[in-house]
Design a protein around this ligand. Structure first.
Ligand code: SF4
Length: 447
């Protein structure tokens, strides 16, 4: 039985795909990376914006067009918000709500009556591993959110907070590390809310991961800038916890944050960034900002520019507000025109680029451990170009003679420059290279 798994949207959707992949392999299914030859296709949809919902419908139709023979199962936020719409789309055999994701495999087995083949089962943790790249894995630690930001449909689609047990997470992380994963990304809807329903906390989870696993690098996916707890940033003393957090700000004007029902004012946000950097000086904070939220005045937008300019952001994702049916914000008056949104997005992009250059310049001259991931296939002057990320999540490139392969290696690298397209340029010292070669920790290819 061949299964094709695909998702749209957030890291959480991606992490769920990985968990289902392991479960399907445990019951003897094999994974295919094209829908063409699949017997069963699972699509984890997204509906965070109307555009994402449109793309979800488009992908579902495409899967059925390419392979009408495959049983097609759709889950995710679009399935939870518009199940009736979904059932009308040709080829959809089963719609599974977000709240049933933990029992998706059983539902598929029972309802679609698909066979179970234990004889082909892979041992838990046995490769082949299913993840976009094989050195990093996304781990779903919790689902749902108790808050009601006025523009957010995710809290509607994903329901109340539900945390996975620390034991099950430790077991999964150790299995993934055994299978060769070197970096994990802890993902959820409200990551800071981890443990609220099981008498635990994000602090306790991270502390236990640091204690009961040997995974070299631990990261967070997007984390709302509240509910992190008093001494949260103490944890970053441990070098295995990567000094970067993506903390969505959304606006730099407290009056706009109030209309968004956000739980973090600009002053508190600034204190959080400061506290992070008091523990790790080059701690990198990246963020999201929505421009053109209903009622946003020129003065409020200027407040956003001023506040953003005062923070050391390494990268800013900028979104132009769009109504999402089913949210409170969609019913707010004084919508901002398209042209004004465009103009505000343009000036914020400019500021974001300046801040990014400043952050990158601060990294030059330092030496850090990089997890080298992929490399370019084609040779440039007899060299492959490798890509990886610094611990504080800045992208780095490095050119290396073709006979060396450093994919999926963590190597001390000097950061020597910033490239034209805003990537850091890395250099591995001759000594480090020779040390790695001597200890067979680098593959030498016969050319
Ligand atoms: S905290 Fe995040 S997930 Fe929760 S309602 Fe607000 S934006 Fe949505």
């Amino acid at each position: 039985m061949q299964v094709y798994l695909s998702s749209l949207g957030c890291r959480l959707n991606e992490a769920e795909l990985q968990t289902w992949a392991q479960s399907f392999q445990n019951i003897g299914y094999s994974l295919v990376n094209q829908v063409d030859n699949a017997d069963l296709a699972i699509f984890n949809s997204c509906a965070v914006t109307s555009e994402a919902a449109r793309k979800s419908r488009q992908m579902i139709r495409k899967f059925h067009r390419i392979n009408p023979r495959a049983r097609l199962v759709v889950t995710g936020c679009y399935a939870s918000l518009e199940p009736q719409e979904l059932e009308k789309i040709m080829g959809v055999d089963l719609v599974i709500d977000n709240s049933d994701k933990d029992i998706l495999i059983d539902r598929v087995k029972d309802i679609l009556d698909v066979p179970v083949m234990p004889e082909f089962a892979t041992e838990p943790g046995e490769s082949p591993l299913f993840s976009r790249n094989r050195e990093r894995a996304f781990i779903k630690i919790q689902d749902g959110c108790r808050y009601r930001c006025t523009y957010c449909i995710v809290t509607v689609a994903r329901g109340e907070e539900r945390s996975r047990s620390i034991d099950s997470l430790i077991e999964e992380i150790n299995q993934l590390h055994q299978a060769g994963v070197l970096e994990i990304v802890l993902a959820g809807v409200h990551v800071g809310g981890y443990g609220s329903d099981i008498g635990s906390s994000l602090y306790q989870l991270v502390e236990t991961i640091l204690d009961k696993t040997e995974i070299p690098r631990i990261r967070f996916a997007s984390v709302e800038p509240w509910d992190l707890g008093e001494s949260f940033f103490e944890l970053f003393k441990n070098p295995r916890l990567m000094p970067h957090m993506h903390l969505p700000l959304q606006s730099g004007a407290d009056s706009v944050l109030k209309r968004m029902s956000r739980r973090c004012k600009t002053e508190t946000f600034a204190e959080l960034v400061q506290e992070a950097r008091s523990h790790v000086p080059n701690f990198n904070v990246t963020t999201d900002v929505i421009v053109g939220f209903p009622g946003e005045t020129d003065a409020e937008f200027q407040e956003t520019l001023d506040f953003v300019a005062s923070q050391p952001f390494g990268h800013i994702h900028i979104f132009s507000y769009s109504d999402r049916a089913g949210t409170k914000a969609a019913r707010l008056l004084n919508k901002v025109t398209k042209d004004i949104k465009k103009e505000r997005s343009r000036s914020l992009h400019q500021l974001a680029a300046t801040l990014k250059c400043q952050q990158l310049a601060e990294q030059v001259g330092t030496s850090v451990e990089i997890l080298w991931e992929s490399s370019s296939q084609e040779l440039v002057n007899g060299k492959h170009r490798y890509f990886g990320y610094t611990p504080n999540y800045h992208k780095v490139q490095l050119d290396l003679p073709a006979q060396y392969s450093i994919e999926r290696k963590i190597i001390a690298t000097q950061l020597v420059a910033v490239s034209e397209d805003n990537l850091l340029v890395g250099k591995i010292s001759k000594d480090t290279l020779e040390h790695f070669i001597k200890n067979n920790r680098i593959n030498i290819q016969q050319l």
